[in-house]
Each structure stands twice: as C-alpha cells, then as structure tokens.
Design a protein around this ligand. Sequence first.
Ligand code: KG4
Ligand code: ZN
Length: 327
Amino acid sequence: MLTLGIETSCDETSVSVVENGKNVLSNIVSSSLSLHKKYGGVIPEIASRAQLEFIYPAACQALTQAKVSIGDIGLVSVTYGPGLNGSLLVGLSFAKAISFAQNIPLIGIDHIKAHLYAPLLCQKIGFPFVGLVVSGGHTSLFLVKDFDNFTLLGQTVDDAIGEAFDKVAKILGLGYPGGPLIEKIALKGNPEMRFSCGNLEKKFDFSFSGIKTAVLYRVKGQGVRVKQEYKADIAYAFQEAVFDDIAKKSILACVMKRTNSLVVGGGVACNKRLRQKLHTLASTHNIKVYLAKPEYCLDNAAMVAGLGYRLYKKGMSSRLTLNTEPT
Ligand code: KG4
Ligand code: ZN
C-alpha cells in the first residue's frame, strides 16, 4: 500500500510517498527558514503563507520522484497537531481534499509521536521501548508499548531543548537555527566551565530555562565584546550539561521500565555529541539506542506516512471533520 504523508506543522512543507510503512519512495522537504532568519525565530504568519505556496509543488514532486500517480495512493496521512495553527491548517485541508477527491482514507497524526516513528523507517524495533523526543517544540519521554499505546513519562516544564539551543545561540549572537551552530562552535570549547540543569520534583521531567539564564549572565559579565573562544567554552558547557541530563533520564527510564531499547527522534537528535553520550551511557546498561538518519530526525513527511500506515493497519482512520490541534 502506498501512503501519501503530509507534514506542515511549522516552517517545513513536506510530502512523502512511503510503501508499506517503511520503504520511502520520496520525501520532499521545502522550508521557509530563510524568510525567518532575520527575525531570529519562526514568524507564524510568514510560515503559513509559505506553506500555501509550497504544498502543491511539493506534492507533485513527491509523486514524480516516487514514479507514481495520485491514483496509486491508498491512504493520506497528515499531521494535525501540535504546531502552528495556520501551518497545520494548510496541510490538513490539502490532505482532506485529496482524501475526498480520490475517495481514499485519511488519518490524522500527532507530530510528536511521528518523530518516534522516524527510526522505525529503516529498522525493526520491538515493543516496548522508551521514546525520547528532542525537538524545537518538545522534550518528552514516553513508554511506547505499541503504535497506538504511548504513556508520557515526563516532559519539559519550560523551554524545549531545541528552543533552548536556539535561545542560547541568540544570546551568543550565532544566528538561527541555533542547534547546528552551537554544535559546531562547541567543538572548539574548553571543558573548564560548568553548567547544570538542576533537580526537579518529577524524575523524568526536564527544565532548560535556568541554564539559559545562566548563559545570559555569563555573557553579560563579559561586557560588550564577547571573545569567540569564550562563546565556544559556553557552547561546550551548555551542550554537556543538557545532554548529560537528557541521557541520564532516558537511560533511567529504560532501567525503571525494564526495556533495553531507547528510540530517539526530533531535530536535536541530529547532534553528534548527544548521539555519542546516549550510546556511551546506554552501553554500560546493555541498552540499544535507535536513531534515524539526520534527514528523518528533522521535520519530514515520511515519518508521518509511516506511522499513519501502521495505525491504519490497526483499524484506525479519521473523518473529514478532523480539526487541527495546535497545542
Ligand atoms: O524536529 P524539528 O525539525 O522541529 C520541531 O518539531 O520542533 O527540530 C528543530 C530543532 C531546532 O530547535 C534546531 O535548533 C534543533 O532542532 N537542531 C539541533 C541540531 N539540528 C537541529 N539542535 C542541536 N544540534 C543539532 N545539530
Ligand atoms: Zn518536529
């Protein structure tokens, strides 16, 4: 069965054709990122206008690259939340129109859960597993017993991890999006400075706003001109602190929930230092870490198509009255 996946939750417009939930025939990603750069963050109004402009060409390209026609598609799988409402509405309306016109089933997908499907696109992973989502909008730990059985173990109580990277990069004057820029500059950092994430009441929750403020005070303490070397030291210390916290809690969740599989998704999972820390800590507990290729860690429609197919096979589908759920 061929599934057409549609993902428009933020600034990426992505359309994908996936066969039987795992064989990615095409995965087109258009982004309005360049339009947001000068503002240092995504502007919802600009993002939704770009979605409208990009969606049809992206869909045509996805079909062409997959060498199929719209008549070959058996299911439309679309992100209906969470995300920016204007952006979500474009993808959902487009998906509904295809479902109605082609008379094929529609399935609405939760964006956070779709991120955890990304590593499953290219490998078989048995249930149950602990799922860690580290993205621009979310930092969550789940116990996943099946494609439709997710239990939230913990989440951020303030900033998401990707958001913290973006804000710290802004404080350091590095640009947007901050994640890859911090990762790059941290390679030159000295391991002398230390930050910490602090303790929370619930052991699987996260908090990143305190460390962001600590970075701000360090930078302010340097006066007007902050040396490049000092920025690198800060980036290094920030990354170490947040990734140690994430790795420690993820592995603890696996131990406590008695599973030796940790599945990781979301844009921040592109970070090589995070990957390294997760693998190192996991190996001491005999836990296997499953990660996707970087292009499937970032927002993409292949993961949406894949999860949609699995849920459809379990008997689920959505009505044309389905609405967006931005939060
Ligand atoms: O999953 P994603 O594409 O979008 C959301 O669903 O939010 O994640 C985007 C986030 C951004 O905050 C970006 O700074 C972060 O992922 N990111 C990274 C890296 N690449 C992207 N963070 C740390 N290191 C990276 N290499
Ligand atoms: Zn995402």
